[in-house]
Design a protein around this ligand. Structure first.
Ligand code: GLU
Length: 315
């Protein structure tokens, strides 16, 4: 069976409830790249008369920096990017992820995996499959049993192994990105069975983001293009968990002078929001990156005026 998912326009029109979100990982303060994602998603929500939610993705606890969530919130507010509803924290939503994992377990779609990165790398090398730099390794299915089964919920909670999602034999996902157009990915060939719960017990981004977006009723996901290659996995998960698929819009990435994506890893400097003048200068840079033109450039323009004008010219 070929699982081909073709997404038509989301049936929910803005009038019956656009819900967008910004979902930063609190691994450091906002930098020019994350501000682009924040601004783009905020403008899209405001333009559509929708809600904009803030979700702190603090799942990968070892990488989170204490206080970064507060810093991000202060930076957003300094830029006039206010959110609707209480911010949510993934660290407080573990039971929801466990529930979804159990649902997949009942569907006989999970199996335990004890492969280290090294084992996967050598299996791939033996198969003559090279992994380009900065790309994830395709899982060659080493631990996948011939017969999938349901495991005891206790084992699923406590075992010190990773749990992978068994993909159907042909898993080809297609979707329309609102900016980039038609996208497709063959998950078998390009990703393989992927991990939903790591061997240290942490739920993975793929599972958490899908559960949260569904549970929070998110209709539009506007985020950086670095996440585009995750989208097919997320759509596949939405289908098997019985969730609606939101619309996707991936924004151009901000690259540094070496052509690398700006990130905390590349020590991107935080945006300067010390006063309105600096915050507005950061917003203007982000807008330029998004290709927004004809925005007020006067020295006395307020952030509120500028954001209103930016909302008018957005898409
Ligand atoms: N937490 C992710 C990040 O900071 C974003 C997740 C998403 O927008 O889906 O890169």
């Amino acid at each position: 069976m070929i699982l081909a998912v073709s997404l038509l326009k989301n049936p929910s029109s803005p009038a019956d409830g656009y819900r967008g979100r910004f979902a930063p990982s609190p691994t450091g303060p906002l930098h020019a790249g994350s501000l682009v994602a924040a601004l783009g998603s905020w403008l899209d929500a405001r333009k559509n008369g929708g809600k904009w939610l803030l979700r702190i993705e603090d799942l990968d606890t070892p990488r989170c920096i204490p206080g970064a969530d507060q810093q991000i919130q202060a930076q957003l507010l300094a830029c006039g990017l206010s959110w609707d509803e209480e911010p949510s924290y993934q660290s407080q939503r573990q039971e929801l992820y466990q529930g979804a994992l159990e649902q997949l377990n009942q569907l006989e779609l999970l199996y335990p995996c004890s492969c280290s990165r090294q084992t996967i790398a050598s299996t791939l090398a033996a198969l003559g499959i090279e992994t380009p730099r900065n790309q994830e390794m395709i899982y060659p299915g080493t631990c996948r049993p011939n017969q999938l089964e349901t495991h005891s919920p206790e084992l699923l909670k406590t075992s010190k192994v990773a749990w992978r999602l068994a993909l159907p034999q042909y898993c080809h996902i297609e979707f329309e990105d609102l900016v980039l157009g038609h996208q497709s990915q063959n998950l078998n060939a390009e990703v393989g069975d992927f991990v939903l719960r790591r061997n240290d017990g942490l739920f993975t981004y793929q599972l958490a983001v899908v559960v949260d977006d569904a549970q929070q009723g998110i209709t539009h996901i506007v985020r950086g293009e670095d996440l585009l290659s995750n989208t097919a996995r997320q759509i596949h998960l939405q289908k098997i968990l019985g969730y609606q698929t939101p619309q996707y819009l991936h924004l151009p990435l901000v690259l540094d002078e070496y052509g690398e994506k700006l990130s905390k890893k590349t020590l991107a400097t935080q945006i300067n929001t010390q006063d309105d003048k600096h915050s507005l200068a950061e917003l203007r840079k982000a807008a330029q990156h998004l290709g927004l033109i004809d925005l007020p450039d006067g020295e006395h323009t307020t952030i509120a005026e500028w954001l209103l004008a930016a909302t008018r010219v957005w898409r």
